[in-house]
Design a protein around this ligand. Structure first.
Ligand code: SF4
Length: 226
């Protein structure tokens, strides 16, 4: 990691493929005004995904230094940076991105589907790489995950391992955690919502339910069908 200098206050030498930047958002971290970035790449193919162009693992449009520059310009106007995706935990540079953001004085929120519990565990170990708030998307019960996300049965338990790790970090380290899921009418999710809610409650979390917009009866996002 580069040492911080006056020209490069974050000491920023971060490899994180950034596909998009929203300079101002009031909806990505409850109660916070954020700059929100979207990383490129996701291993899953959720039927209702509104960002399928973020799924391919390709280089991003922006370097993370552009994000650091923007945060510097918006000091006093926003509270924090949110890193969303795609799936941010795919990228080994995520820890450096969080640390660089902390160095310039901004807290970090992370959106994740919990795809990579091992990588989350490493992020949580050190204060500088630990996100301050996490919005964890629990897509389904493990048995229903392949149908909803296209993941393998083996990968299906990853989100729930991530929930266990994050709930532990909340209890031990004060991590702020929100757990949410997305349903649509007559979906597997809707039918098993009580079971998902009860399983999430077992980790001391309340499940926030979001409704998929613009999807057909199979939960497929209309815009992806044409
Ligand atoms: S995890 Fe998120 S980005 Fe990946 S396919 Fe599902 S909805 Fe899209």
């Amino acid at each position: 990691m580069n040492a911080p200098t006056s020209a490069n206050p974050a000491g920023c030498d971060v490899e994180l493929p950034v596909a998009g930047i929203i300079p101002f958002s009031a909806t990505d971290w409850p109660g916070k005004l954020t700059c929100t970035i979207f990383t490129q790449g996701c291993m899953w193919t959720c039927t209702y995904c509104h960002n399928p162009t973020l799924q391919p693992i390709t280089p991003g449009e922006h370097a993370f230094t552009a994000v650091v520059d923007l945060l510097g310009q918006r000091r006093g106007l926003i509270d924090a940076l949110v890193i969303s995706g795609g799936e941010p935990t795919l990228h080994h540079g995520l820890g450096n991105a969080i640390a660089a953001t902390h160095r310039i004085g901004f807290p970090v929120g992370l959106h994740t589907c919990g795809y990579a519990p091992g990588r989350l565990d490493v992020l949580l170990e050190r204060e500088e790489t630990r996100p301050d708030w996490v919005g964890l998307d629990i897509k389904a019960l493990p048995s229903d995950m392949p149908a909803v996300t296209g993941c393998s049965p083996r990968a299906a338990t990853g989100s729930w391992q991530s929930l266990r790790l994050l709930a532990d970090a909340r209890d031990r380290l004060g991590l702020d955690l929100q757990v949410r899921t997305t349903i649509w009418p007559d979906s597997i999710l809707e039918h098993h919502l009580d079971d998902v809610r009860a399983a999430v409650a077992g980790y001391g979390c309340e499940l926030v339910v979001q409704y998929a917009r613009g999807v057909n009866e199979r939960g497929e996002y209309y815009a992806n069908l044409f």
